[in-house]
Design a protein around this ligand. Structure first.
Ligand code: PLP
Length: 435
């Protein structure tokens, strides 16, 4: 569709990746609830399984039409060449790390990242020969540069950190990475593609927990991996893309191929699909893909309202005597990184440190009435959590101290309720916490 290609984000989030004429003109993307697809005859079957018939499928672990609409839509919104949908944000992170560092290597990342990600980087991947150089401040560019070694495979960041909302300086990090022949991988879960599109600043791979703001309704887990298609995987650091693979060749015609020789700029996302989704099998179901597509249709309206409410709530908390410090980068709209990367707002998540002890934290959480106490973000409902005891429980005390993640820290995810009601709820709970 020519016109759609030139359309803006708000048009594409509704239409990209879906051609109604190929689906009986169904207005809503159909849910293809099937495990497998007919192969027609042996000649056609051969073309389908070797990828020569786009639009045909064989088995839902290799691809599904509903899931593909989500993948194509997100790739288009992001400005990438392709995307892969998986069963959770953690799968998206795991598969991306495996794909970039297959066979072993090092990755540079900040310590102030999502709890399960940090746990995976510190305790899981090292047993598979993938080690991490974790830095206190990813914007300390000198340190990042010094850490790049011959076996370093990538720089990994969260564009907006969970839960401190610190912003990574993506453009200079991409420059440093590219000068060394390695890609920049960005977990962009907090801002969502509506508020920030990291490819515009040179990032190579973008990851989402679309469980969060992209879906926006807290009704299903999902993850996305998006490929910019600009990185050169044949520069000598990534033999997994240049070595020949049996499944890529054609035994009958004695043709051999590698991911790079066969797929060119799409080597990364094709390898994610053929190696990790196909073999490790973290597949997104068609119903879940449908929920994500439905949520995505209202992302702009949700985020606009949520950002406005979050800014109001941050201002309220700053003035409350029971609050020691508020962590929300959006509090300073003149901040260089806010202005450059997030002019439409930093998102709907903020955290604050209570001027009290853990008992006050417990009382505050127990007394909120509109805020739900649960470990999620980006929902239409407002959520409250104590990260040190829940979402970031895997992070040892030493790391929690280095990132300000102390037991008095409370994280809020602001939903779509009336902001005055939310402020009243926080006001009464803060007062009650110190009675
Ligand atoms: C929630 C989250 C994840 C993990 O996603 P799941 O869908 O829960 O597996 C990864 N990164 C960030 C920043 C998150 O908030």
């Amino acid at each position: 569709m020519k016109i759609l290609a030139d359309c803006k984000f708000n048009t594409k989030r509704i239409h990209a990746g879906y051609r109604p004429e190929e689906h009986h003109y169904a207005s809503s993307v159909p849910i293809y609830q099937t495990a497998a697809f007919g192969l027609t005859n042996t000649t056609v079957a051969n073309q389908i399984v070797t990828g020569q018939l786009p639009g045909r499928f064989d088995y839902s672990r290799d691809g599904n039409p509903t899931v593909q609409v989500l993948e194509d839509r997100i790739a288009d919104l992001e400005g990438g060449i392709g995307a892969a949908a998986v069963a959770s944000g953690m799968s998206a992170i795991s598969f991306t790390i495996l794909n970039v560092a297959d066979g072993g290597g090092r990755i540079i990342a900040p310590i102030n990242i999502y709890g399960s990600t940090l746990d995976e980087f510190r305790n899981f991947f090292p047993t598979y020969g993938i080690n991490f150089d974790l830095v206190d401040n990813i914007n300390d560019l000198k340190q990042v540069e010094q850490l790049i070694k011959p076996d370093t495979k990538a720089i990994y960041v969260e564009s907006v950190a969970n839960p401190s909302t610190e912003i990574a300086d993506l453009e200079v990090l991409a420059q440093i990475a590219h000068a060394a022949g390695i890609p920049l991988i960005v977990d962009n879960t907090f801002p969502t593609p509506y508020l920030l599109r990291p490819f515009e600043y040179g990032a190579d791979i973008v990851i989402y927990s679309s469980t969060k703001g992209i879906n926006g309704h807290g009704n299903t887990l999902s993850g996305l991996i998006v490929d910019h298609g600009k990185f050169d995987w044949t520069n000598g650091r990534f033999p997994q893309f240049t070595s020949e693979e049996f499944i890529l060749g054609d035994e009958q015609r004695k043709v051999t191929a590698s991911f790079s020789s066969k797929f060119g700029s799409a080597a990364f996302i094709k390898r994610i699909r053929m190696k990790y989704i196909r073999l490790l099998g973290s597949v997104l179901g068609p119903i879940d893909a449908y929920f994500v597509l439905l949520g995505l249709e209202t992302i702009a309206e949700r985020l606009d309202k949520q950002v406005a409410s979050t800014e109001k709530i941050a201002q309220f908390l700053v003035k409350n005597p029971h609050v020691k410090q508020v962590f929300y980068s959006g509090l300073d709209p003149h901040d260089r990184l806010v202005k450059k990367y997030l002019p439409q707002g930093v998102g709907s998540i903020l955290s604050f440190e209570l001027a009290g002890n853990e008992e006050n934290v417990a009382k505050l959480i127990d007394q909120t009435q509109i805020f739900s106490y649960l470990p999620n973000i980006g929902d239409a409902k407002s959520l409250i959590v104590n990260p040190a005891r829940t979402t970031h429980r895997e992070v040892p005390a030493e790391f929690r101290q280095r990132t300000g993640l102390n037991p008095q820290l409370i994280r809020l995810s602001i939903g779509l309720e009336d902001v005055d009601d939310l402020i009243s709820d926080l006001n009464q709970a803060l007062a009650g916490a110190f009675k």
